[in-house]
Design a protein around this ligand. Structure first.
Ligand SMILES: [Zn+2]
Length: 61
């Protein structure tokens, strides 16, 4: 099924934004994932310009 021309930001029935904070610089990054998502050993790259280091995310439910 198709959504209206609405922003994808809140199309989520079963999905959610979570925030991860870079341990190196404190930069907050939103992550869009399923509400039941569980993550281990997942790495993202910090988007802060002066940082750009990888760090690990843990998502628990
Ligand atoms: Zn950072």
């Amino acid at each position: 099924m198709k959504m209206n021309e609405k922003d994808t930001a809140d199309h989520a029935g079963n999905q959610d934004w979570i925030k991860v904070v870079c341990p190196h610089c404190g930069y907050e990054m939103p992550i869009f994932c399923g509400k039941n998502a569980v993550a281990e050993d997942l790495h993202v790259r910090c988007k802060a310009r002066h940082c750009k280091r990888f760090f690990e995310i843990h998502i628990e439910n």
